[in-house]
Design a protein around this ligand. Structure first.
Ligand SMILES: C[S@@+](CC[C@H](N)C(=O)[O-])C[C@H]1O[C@@H](n2cnc3c(N)ncnc32)[C@H](O)[C@@H]1O
Length: 221
């Protein structure tokens, strides 16, 4: 992380009121894909990390049983809460939480985790740690939209600020998902530096996880 959590939070507090006003086509396409892939059922609960002003959490709350939005910026969370009230949504709740300490309510199941345009603030090692924390919550599906490099990183491009952002390559993200026990089921490039990854929890037959090298898992010839 190139800035402290407090610095990131202060930066987003400052821009919270105007955050929704100027969004690139790529950001919109990415958010739309995250919403489409998350597609929670009416019996599913969603955790949205780096929820900001609720671009993902609010539309998902129309369909999900429950949506928990977590962010480090009080200003962004305030905007999200106002929008939830305006839309009459009572299935969504916003509060403080961070990627590596999501602060999930004790009574919340997590079926789907979403995050859009937020994880690139973390270093690659921090992204790995965050995905491990997410995996411990055992969601069936994780949908990550973000700045990510499909080819060579180009610091001249406008999708990230090299002084504060730290996007990963798609390969690094794919490895982190695999190591956390998830398999990529969709890769949606939006731009050379923006995309959406969908990952599903790896389970064996009948939902029983089968560790690699487990001799009991071998079948007789
Ligand atoms: C570019 S905004 C994206 C907001 C929203 N997901 C969207 O699609 O519009 C990034 C958000 O990530 C939050 N953020 C940055 N670092 C974070 C962290 N370590 N944990 C949780 N949220 C974080 C920021 O406060 C900000 O609200």
């Amino acid at each position: 992380m190139k800035q402290s959590i407090e610095d990131h939070a202060a930066r987003f507090d400052e821009k919270a009121a105007e955050y929704d006003d100027s969004k690139s086509d790529e950001y919109r396409a990415c958010a739309s894909l995250v919403i489409d892939h998350a597609a929670p059922g009416s019996d599913e609960a969603v955790l949205d990390l780096g929820t900001g002003t609720g671009a993902i959490a609010l539309p998902l709350a129309e369909d999900a049983k429950r949506v928990v939005g977590r962010d480090i910026s009080a200003g962004m969370l305030e905007q999200a809460r106002e929008k939830a009230t305006e839309r009459g949504l009572d299935s969504v709740e916003f509060g403080e939480g961070r990627f590596r300490e999501p602060n999930v309510p004790d009574d919340a199941e997590v079926d789907v985790v979403t995050t859009n345009f937020a994880m690139h603030h973390l270093s690659d090692a921090e992204k790995r740690a965050a995905l491990d924390v997410v995996a411990d919550l055992e969601p069936g599906r994780v949908v990550l939209g973000d700045v990510m490099f499909f080819g060579e990183p180009d610091p001249e491009e406008p999708f990230y600020s090299p002084d504060v952002d730290d996007p990963a390559t798609v390969g690094v993200l794919a490895d982190a998902f695999t190591d956390a026990g998830y398999a990529l089921t969709a890769v949606e490039p939006v731009h050379e530096q923006v995309g959406v990854l969908v990952a599903e929890r790896v389970t064996g037959v009948d939902g029983v996880e089968t560790p690699v090298g487990d001799s009991d898992a071998e079948t007789d010839p």
